[in-house]
Design a protein around this ligand. Structure first.
Ligand code: DAH
Length: 339
């Protein structure tokens, strides 16, 4: 029996040495010293021995049990240490590695162009005026001499919130608000958001315009033409020419649409200008005397000009952006190009 115990002890020693997980340790524990273990089996056999033999074997058995549990504990500690060392190795701090960079944001291209437009006009003595995005029909249409059956007033073109409450379709509303509250001379620009029910590569349901209004004695169409020319050259470069085409707006007479020479082909004709050599920038004209009369400004004494330009359009032309929707998708890969 003594040899048997020695054999068991040796077997346990060599198996414990080889164990390399906590799970294995648990298994060995139950195999050698647990309830149904080999040593417990030998314990049962003690009964077959003589009274004299029993204490000595009982002692050896107990010592073997204690030894095995010591070995198990020792190996268990070793395994834990090894695991710890491995983790330390894996999580080592490399102080020579480059740090994680914090990205700095950039102004949106529309905001950039917006600021640039403001700077140009402020440098020429304009003040910046503001008006609400949510308007009534008077400021958006009636005071701008727009008749009741004008197509722009249609539900399919304009976002109505309720009867007589709508999202402004143009920043021309601010002309009205300024003339309601100020006597000439007036010299303002008003950049802001506008809303129309359209959505394609060159139209967005929310877009931006900058309105301008000058009212004083002796203001002429030539002044308007001159101002537009100066603006275009400051915005796009000295080589960029502009032209007026006759047009109709209810609130100006005469009215014009303004084009600039194509920024891509400089007038030769390309895909951007659809072969015409020109790009449309916005509308302009002399304030219609009807508008002055409606707002209590003496149309015998004063004349004025106004224009409205698309800020998004200007941004698209300046940065050669082919689709207006890119401006509003907020894809970071697109926006990062404007750093
Ligand atoms: N509000 C016009 C539009 O959205 C643009 C415009 C044309 C503004 C002529 C003006 C103007 O001030 O005089 O189409």
């Amino acid at each position: 029996m003594k040899e048997e115990i020695t054999r068991v002890l040796e077997a346990a020693r060599s198996e414990i040495k080889k164990a390399d997980s906590m799970h294995e340790i648990m298994q060995l524990k139950s195999r050698y010293i647990g309830k149904k273990s080999i040593l417990n089996g030998l314990m049962q056999k003690l009964g077959t021995l003589t009274k004299e033999e029993r204490p000595a074997f009982g002692k050896i058995l107990n010592e073997a049990k204690v030894r095995i549990s010591e070995l198990l504990l020792q190996r268990d500690q070793e395994i834990k240490n090894l695991k710890y060392k491995k983790t330390l190795k894996k999580e080592v701090l490399d102080l020579t590695m480059p740090g994680r960079k914090r990205e700095i944001g950039t102004l949106h291209p529309i905001t950039k162009v917006w600021h640039e437009i403001e700077d140009i006009f402020i440098s020429m003595g304009f003040e910046v005026a503001e008006g609400p995005d949510i308007e009534d029909e008077f400021h958006n249409f009636d005071a701008l001499n727009t008749p009741h059956d004008h197509p722009a007033r249609d539900l399919s073109d304009t976002f109505y919130i309720e009867d007589d409450v709508l999202l402004r379709t143009q920043t021309s509303t601010v002309q009205v608000r300024v003339m309601e509250n100020h006597k000439p001379p007036i010299k303002i620009i008003s950049p802001g958001s506008c809303y129309r029910n359209e959505n394609d590569a060159s139209h967005s349901p929310m877009f931006h315009q900058v309105e301008a209004l000058i009212v004083d004695e002796g203001v002429t169409f030539a002044d308007l033409r001159d101002m537009m020319n100066i603006f275009v050259k400051k915005m796009f470069g000295e080589n960029i020419e502009s032209r007026f085409r006759p047009h109709y707006f209810p609130f100006t007479e005469p009215s014009a649409e303004m084009d600039i020479i194509c920024v891509k082909c400089l007038g030769k004709g390309c895909n951007l200008c659809r072969g015409t050599g020109w790009l449309e920038l916005g509308g302009a004209g002399m304030v219609d005397p009807n508008v002055f009369d409606m707002l209590g400004i003496n149309s015998e004494k004063y004349t004025g000009y106004a224009f409205g330009l698309g800020i998004d359009r200007i941004a698209m032309l300046k940065y050669k952006i082919p689709d207006m929707r890119l401006l509003f998708e907020n894809d970071i890969r697109f926006l990062q190009q404007f750093k």
